[in-house]
Design a protein around this ligand. Sequence first.
Ligand SMILES: Nc1ncnc2c1ncn2[C@@H]1O[C@H](COP(=O)(O)OP(=O)(O)OP(=O)(O)O)[C@@H](O)[C@H]1O
Ligand SMILES: [Mg+2]
Length: 256
Amino acid sequence: MIELDRVGKAYPTRQGVTHAVGEVSLAIGAGEFVSIVGPSGCGKSTLLNMIAGFLPPTAGEIRVDGQLVNGQVPPKLGYIFQKDTLLPWFSVRKNVALGLKFQGVAPDRIASRVAELLELGHLADFADAYPHQLSGGMRRRVALLMSLAVEPRILLLDEPFGALDTHTKTHLHRELIEIWRKLGQTIVMVTHDLDEAITLSDRVVVLSGPPSRVLLDERIAIPHPRDVFTLRETPQFTAHVQSLWSVLGQQFRAAA
Ligand SMILES: Nc1ncnc2c1ncn2[C@@H]1O[C@H](COP(=O)(O)OP(=O)(O)OP(=O)(O)O)[C@@H](O)[C@H]1O
Ligand SMILES: [Mg+2]
């Protein structure tokens, strides 16, 4: 579904050229959930932006569904940005409806689809609330529902649960797994949280510091259904933390 072939990205800046992404090759199958971890500034957000067609790579090629991504947003793409992108002057209901409105979907269809999504995200009681009236976890859930509204085949998630507490995160993990198991999207998630990456993913990819390359591409063979509350206690989970950390920790040490 997504193929990165020796992709690189260098940004020209006033101080010179920043080589963010060195050479990254990666193939992600339809319906796969792949997480990307790596030191801050190694180009993770840049990679997602290139897959989404927002930024052109300066080296290599990206294909989505066999089509070269050439500055064009692939169809049926959902994106949760690293920064919160809810519109503060719209209610939860209107925020979730936004993508469908842009697509020109009829108002009655939008209303029923949004109602369904709010049920799915346990936010029906907050349909008429405004973003500033929500908790951090609820805001991230609205962002997730916004990206799901257009029934994406591909979801790009940039630290979707970044600054949340472990309790809220764990609940959101359970919801995301449920949604993914039900709808089967291809998901690429950037995260700084190794536990989160292992809990959710089929594969975890570790990138080096910039200019980044793939250091490890580890398959998480823990079968579904995964119990997000007890998974961390299993030896399989601990083994993955150890093997991923041995590579990631080395990058942090090198950067320090
Ligand atoms: N538009 C831009 N112009 C110039 N340099 C940029 C631009 N966007 C990102 N960079 C640089 O590219 C590098 C990678 O940035 P990016 O945001 O992709 O990293 P990241 O891995 O997502 O980091 P973090 O984990 O902190 O979110 C950084 O050095 C950043 O300063
Ligand atoms: Mg980032």
